[in-house]
Design a protein around this ligand. Structure first.
Ligand SMILES: Cc1cc2nc3c(=O)[nH]c(=O)nc-3n(C[C@H](O)[C@H](O)[C@H](O)COP(=O)(O)O)c2cc1C
Length: 380
């Protein structure tokens, strides 16, 4: 039904207008008590076996909404109503900014992908903090707050901009994410280099501790799929060294080659970050690499090209405690999060693992035990 609607209506609209329209409907539905109660009862995860814990936060299910969909924290209840058990808002920057000129969001339907160069269009950390402070929640999903750099702020002053956002937003965040991986803010991804990342993460940690002394706000970093393997390892080591709570892998990719894209060259060549199905393989690879490096010392969040419950299950087996998605929501529609949680519960029941936590990283452990794979066995 949604797929027909998508074909007849959304696919003929400008993607950003379609996003705003769908967003308005979701927010409206969340304001109608009978409707939202019905939808939440139907769509929210209710499988006891999927209950899980990540960085000290209890969740009803591992699947949540990735950053970028609700940049300004205006639809947290709506997204929770649709079954996303955690909602990551943002990216929020120190100052409000309009983002890049339109057109800046493109659908690659043949590839079940999106390209975006939104450029962190958002209301800024002061306005978003005020909105979160005034929020009267109907539903209580775990709320992550993802922060990034204001475009006009030079790279050398990036840390101060992140700190400003952290000071305003940490108290409203169940967890805080330092985003250094979006491709649409010039220079942002240079902050992934450990020389830049170490002082940045240290400053944000201090800001969160200073402004929220009564609680340790979990701090995560979100990385790009385009990092070289050594750089993935370097971020992993740094995260361990700094006692970070988690790593989110991955953001969108600037790569186009080798992804088997079927859309027209004109579509494929749009500048920006590519997300959705073609990102699946590389995101999973980065996740596996991170897990091999950090084991269970750091919580991993798997995102990038997750479309089905099987995809989400593969992320969990590869080491993800939580899984997120964005692009497939556009193609799959409002029942998507429910389908993922339902399929995960089925897979868990059919697996040898009693709990979700036991399944996390099980693939790697299997490799280690596999005598036919002596290389990995010895490495353990
Ligand atoms: C239109 C759009 C906007 C996005 N904006 C952000 C953002 O502001 N901050 C961020 O960390 N990630 C952002 N992302 C990246 C997603 O959070 C996610 O990491 C990426 O899309 C891969 O997941 P997917 O394949 O399920 O979409 C955005 C993605 C899309 C498609």
């Amino acid at each position: 039904m949604y797929k027909l609607f998508f074909r007849l209506v959304f696919s003929r609209m400008d993607p950003e207008n379609a996003h705003h329209l769908a967003f308005r409907w979701i927010r409206l539905a969340a304001r109608i008590p009978v409707l939202r109660t019905f939808l939440a009862a139907w769509l929210a995860p209710r499988y006891t076996e999927l209950r899980t814990e990540a960085f000290g936060l209890r969740m009803h299910g591992p699947f949540g909404l990735a950053a970028g969909f609700d940049k300004n924290a205006v639809a947290i209840d709506g997204m929770a109503m649709l079954g996303f058990d955690h909602v990551e808002i943002g990216t929020v920057t120190g100052e409000a900014q309009p983002g890049n000129p339109r057109k800046r969001l493109f659908r690659l339907v043949a590839d079940r992908a999106l390209i975006n160069r939104m450029g962190f269009n958002n209301d800024g950390s002061a306005a978003v903090a005020a909105r979160l402070a005034a929020r009267e929640p109907v539903f209580r999903p775990v709320v992550g707050v993802n922060i990034g750099k204001t475009k006009a702020v030079p790279e050398e002053e990036a840390a101060a901009d992140y700190v400003k956002s952290a000071e305003r937003l940490a108290r409203h965040a169940d967890y805080l994410v330092v985003n250094v991986s979006s491709p649409n803010t010039p220079g942002l991804r240079n902050l992934q280099a450990t020389e830049a990342l170490r002082p940045l993460l240290t400053a944000v940690r201090e800001a969160a501790d200073r402004t929220v002394p009564e609680r340790r706000v979990p701090l995560l970093v979100k990385i790009a799929p385009d990092l070289a393997d050594e750089d993935v390892d370097a971020v992993a080591d740094l995260a361990v060294e700094l006692g970070l709570d988690g790593i989110i892998a991955t953001n969108t990719t600037i790569a186009r080659a080798g992804l088997g894209l079927r859309s027209s060259p004109a579509q494929v060549q749009e500048t920006g970050g590519l997300s959705g199905a073609p990102l699946k393989e590389r995101s999973l690879e980065v996740l596996r690499r991170l897990h091999a490096r950090v084991g269970d010392r750091i919580t991993l969040v798997g995102v990038g090209g997750v479309e089905t419950a099987e995809d989400a299950w593969q992320r969990i087996l590869a080491g993800a405690t939580l899984v997120q998605g964005y692009s497939a929501f556009i193609y799959e529609g409002p029942l998507w999060a429910r389908a993922i949680h339902k399929g995960l519960a089925q897979r868990l029941r059919q697996s040898p693992y009693a709990t979700l936590a036991e399944a996390v990283g099980a693939d790697v452990r299997k490799d280690v035990r596999n005598p036919e794979n002596p290389e990995k066995g010895n490495a353990a």
